[in-house]
Design a protein around this ligand. Structure first.
Ligand code: FES
Length: 243
């Protein structure tokens, strides 16, 4: 049930934005922190506060995969099984956890501790295969390490993310995503060596923004092989759409 305190905080979120409906995404996170998922009541409350229909709120909640329509356990364990992670071991990790936890995709262990889900690319391919717990990264994972990770979580042992804070519960993490900081944003390393390598390379070569400029005879990206500009594509790397 959405408490009066939470309703007050939902109102507080709407006041952060010039257009109140822009507040919907953090509001849904706050609903998840209270209910463990986007509940029917949460949808109704958000709709009422934003002067939207319940169908409009539900459309948003069902579009983004970070919003859950069933209660999540204390720890949401997302195994990336997108192409790169999958071939680097993500499929094996997911299979191991399924068997070890005795649950399928999007299911929660009987003790209510772990919800297992296969997730799409988390923009962390430089550390593939990755696993996320409540959206914190665990890099270069192996089936063995993943098994120990969920065992520690279920046992209540303190667990630190590879590039982030100590792991809190799903509901606590959702509250932070709603814009109510827990004061631990700077805990743990925030970037890893592999991610910083590109930044260092750019600094060494004097690249300040965007892609490096073409040199020599190489045609700009997006140009046809014979040097004539292709249909509508520009030198910033057209993907087929003109500007
Ligand atoms: S494919 Fe897994 S993070 Fe990109």
């Amino acid at each position: 049930m959405i408490s009066d305190k939470t309703k007050g905080e939902l109102r507080e979120i709407t006041a952060r934005y010039p257009e109140s409906r822009s507040a919907l995404l953090p509001m849904l996170h706050l609903v998840q922190s209270e209910e463990g998922y986007v509940s029917p009541e949460g949808i109704e409350v958000c709709a009422e506060l934003l002067d939207l229909t319940a169908a409009e709120v539900a459309a948003v909640a069902t579009f983004y995969t970070m919003y859950k329509r069933r209660p999540v356990g204390d720890y949401h364990v997302g195994v990336c099984t997108n192409t790169l992670c999958a071939v680097m071991g993500g499929d094996a990790i997911f299979g191991t956890l399924k068997e070890h936890l005795g649950v399928g995709n999007d299911e929660t262990t009987e003790d209510g501790k772990v919800t297992l889900e296969h997730v799409e690319c988390n923009a962390a391919c430089d550390y593939a295969p990755v696993v996320m717990v409540n959206w914190e990264f665990f890099d270069n994972m192996t089936p063995e390490r993943a098994r120990k990770l969920v065992d520690d979580l279920r046992a209540g042992n303190e667990v630190e993310a590879d590039r982030g804070a100590r792991i809190c519960t799903w509901r606590q993490a959702e509250r932070v995503l709603a814009g109510f900081p827990d004061g631990r944003a700077d805990e743990g390393p925030s970037a890893g060596e592999a991610s910083l390598a590109g930044l260092r390379l750019a600094a060494e070569r004097g690249w300040s923004s965007g892609a490096p400029k073409p040199t020599g005879d190489a045609p700009p990206r997006g140009d046809a092989p014979n040097g004539a500009a292709s249909n509508g594509a520009t030198s910033n790397g057209g993907g087929g759409k003109g500007q």
